[in-house]
Design a protein. Structure first.
Length: 403
């Protein structure tokens, strides 16, 4: 038996070490698929523990396996690794030293907490039946890392039976855990539309096909989809964030590119939106005598938490942090998260851990150039991860059956 006070003590004892690691990672953020330095730092930390380490997964990713004292199931704890193309504005002593790149989504926090969990759980190796796999995944922000990690067999050898992910969250107070049953986040798919017309002189519009006018109609029609073609009880968003076209005020523009994203809380709604966008673009292009090309990137499915695993993490968080430190979230977010790719394959759950503290100015939202985390939440995240893993392996029997 492992007593929770042992886990609490070990996690609390790591606060300085984890804060230093988080700051080291924060100072040197790297963009999606370029997490080489980050990978080297993690590798050095993990190599000092008794783990079976696999590096070079999806190029910069890695996974470490802690084998317990007896064969059993394997639970995975997942962190993402990438920063964002944002110039940090907060003047902290540990601010980003890389111009134009920043850990503005807290992935430095996630990596640190999973390293901390590896360290704490290593101390209980001889009292754990089964295995814990610590997964460090590149390129979450580009929604491509999880898929490539799965292709690299991160969920195999030993086969992962359940997976737990989490996100630092500035709108929850430090150390408060947010739990969501069912759909927690939306699907996210980027799309592009190329409209092709016929160039010409602005004074001779009848001899040309103007793609700027066509783009105006296409935008109107696309915004009609969510308001008029999707059941209002099924949340969905279609946004166009980029438009490019034209070279001079007196030249008819023969090529416009539109880029946007589609978000939905179910795959059928997402598929319906894709179908309707194509229908509108095709109809308008035909009617206006132009041509088009419409492409949708693969993206990530909605993040749909499994009930048994969600209950496991909720109960574990209540036990290790106290019932008053755990909240249930009632509504899904329309943000995307490629952790959903794992839980399409195996049972799992994703939770939030509060990092918002007005006294430390850490309540700015994710992706803000002022984003920061309250590092006091690090040991709290470690406790929840460790206690969930221990309960899963030693006591809890749920999860495997609940997909
Ligand atoms: Zn992000
Ligand atoms: Zn993130």
């Amino acid at each position: 038996m492992i007593h929770r006070s042992e886990v609490q003590r070990k996690a609390d004892a790591l606060v300085q070490e984890l804060t230093a690691l988080r700051r080291e990672l924060h100072k040197h953020p790297e963009l999606s698929n370029h997490e080489g330095r980050t990978s080297a730092i993690l590798r050095e930390r993990l190599e000092s523990m008794d783990l079976e380490l696999r590096t070079g997964l999806a190029v910069t990713g890695m996974a470490g396996v802690l084998r317990g004292n007896a064969p059993g199931r394997t639970v995975a704890l997942r962190a993402d690794m990438d920063g964002l193309p944002i110039q940090e504005k907060k003047q902290s002593p540990y601010r980003s030293e890389v111009p134009g790149v920043m850990h503005a989504c807290g992935h430095d926090f996630h990596m640190t907490a999973v390293v901390g969990a590896a360290k704490v759980l290593s101390a209980f190796q001889d009292r754990i039946g089964g295995n814990v796999k610590f997964i460090f995944q590149p390129s979450e922000e580009k929604v491509s890392g999880a898929k490539r990690m799965i292709q690299a067999d991160v969920l195999k050898n030993p086969d992962v039976s359940s997976i737990i992910g989490f996100h630092a969250f500035p709108l929850l107070p430090t150390g408060i855990v947010g739990i969501k049953y069912g759909v927690m986040m939306a699907s996210a798919n980027r799309f592009s539309i190329h409209l092709y017309g016929r160039p010409g002189h602005a004074a001779k519009p009848h001899l040309s096909v103007d793609t700027i006018s066509i783009a105006a109609m296409v935008i109107q029609a696309i915004h009609f989809i969510v308001s008029n073609r999707i059941d209002p009880l099924h949340p969905a968003v279609v946004s166009i964030g980029m438009i490019r076209g034209g070279s001079a005020e007196n030249v008819v523009c023969d090529h416009v590119e539109l880029r946007g994203s589609i978000r939905a809380t179910s795959n059928p709604v997402r598929d319906l939106i894709v179908e309707k966008i194509e229908k509108k673009v095709r109809g308008i292009s035909d009617a206006m005598e132009g041509q088009y090309r419409f492409t949708v990137e693969e993206g990530s499915p909605p993040l749909d938490n499994h009930t048994e695993m969600t209950r496991l993490v909720e109960t574990s968080a209540q036990e290790i942090l106290g019932t008053d430190r755990v909240q249930r979230l009632s509504e899904p977010s329309m943000g995307g998260e490629d952790f959903s790719c794992y839980i399409e394959k195996i049972p799992g759950t994703y939770f939030r851990i509060g990092t918002g503290n007005p006294a430390k100015d850490t309540c700015h939202y994710l992706h803000s150039n002022l984003f920061d985390v309250d590092e006091a939440a690090l040991p709290e995240a470690v406790k929840v991860l460790c206690w969930s893993a221990i309960r899963y392996l030693n006591e809890n029997d749920g999860g495997e059956s609940a997909h």
